[in-house]
Design a protein. Structure first.
Ligand SMILES: [Zn+2]
Length: 273
């Protein structure tokens, strides 16, 4: 008799759990449909002249030979030879002028970096030829390839996965978060936090927390022109696969750490409208 009651109870629990599961699945399906619709409409918004493709998203092009890019005049940057997408640079110029009126001097420290450029940065760190930002030699300090990649990924992208490939993202003024926390740096950061959005710029690498659980550490210097980069992010979420990330030392790790979901898409969600 006890067995019958027990069986009855177990069936009831099982039935209850399966109903709960199917409700959760239905909810996530609704979300998926909404997300897919958002991606579809964003990809449709693309100007076909932009030639968006996985090759573009992974930085396999030369910005100096692409007419949709423009050379940044020296007065806006700390060195010659950097490029941005024309539309993104035009927006930056407006932001630069508005900042200047408020005695804020924006300086572009890095802009478009294609696959080959990023490969150089990554491999120098991977092979220990360049030190990590904490002074460590990644090659000797992290023999395990997964651990080494995750350490480099705190601040540097794998070639093929950087938003700097897109011509929409720039690093401003200083590469230390601390610089933005007092004096001139704090004034500049506060100005950007209050005004960048009006010009289309957003900060993708905010603090890692519950709302942004994966990706690079916080970067107070990195800003993204979202009218274009939103579309590229959506394109990446739909078409870019871990298997597309190859052609450099350590690339075998890309799939193991799910670099596309965790890093390419691990951004401040307020930047992806
Ligand atoms: Zn950056």
């Amino acid at each position: 008799m006890h067995k019958i009651i027990l069986l009855f109870l177990m069936s009831f629990i099982l039935l209850f759990c399966s109903q709960k599961d199917s409700k959760t699945n239905a909810d996530s399906e609704v979300l998926d449909v909404a997300a897919k619709e958002r991606i579809r409409s964003q990809v449709e918004k693309l100007d076909t002249n932009q030639n968006i493709s996985v090759d573009f998203i992974t930085g396999h092009f030369d910005p100096s030979k692409d007419s949709s890019f423009v050379l940044i005049p020296d007065k806006y940057s700390d060195r010659h030879g950097m490029y941005m997408k024309k539309e993104a640079f035009n927006a930056f110029k407006k932001m630069y002028d508005a900042a200047k009126e408020d005695n804020i001097n924006l300086v572009v420290r890095s802009a478009t970096r294609n696959f080959d450029y990023q490969k150089g940065i990554w491999e120098r760190k991977w092979k220990g030829e360049a030190k990590l930002s904490n002074g460590e030699n990644a090659m000797t300090a992290y023999e395990d390839e997964n651990a080494r990649a995750l350490k480099i990924l705190e601040y540097s992208s794998m070639p093929g996965t950087s938003r700097h490939h897109w011509g929409t993202d720039i690093d401003l003024n200083n590469f230390n978060n601390e610089w933005f926390e007092s004096g001139e740096g704090l004034a500049l950061f506060t100005w950007l936090e209050n005004n960048a959005e009006k010009f289309g710029f957003c900060r993708p690498y905010t603090t890692l927390d519950k709302s942004r659980p994966f990706g690079y550490n916080e970067e107070k210097w990195h800003w993204s022109y979202t009218p274009l980069s939103d579309v590229y992010t959506s394109y990446a979420s739909k078409y870019l696969k871990n298997k597309d990330i190859h052609g450099f030392a350590g690339s075998a790790v890309a799939s193991k750490i799910d670099v596309v979901s965790k890093y390419v898409l691990g951004i401040n969600q307020n930047c992806n409208h």
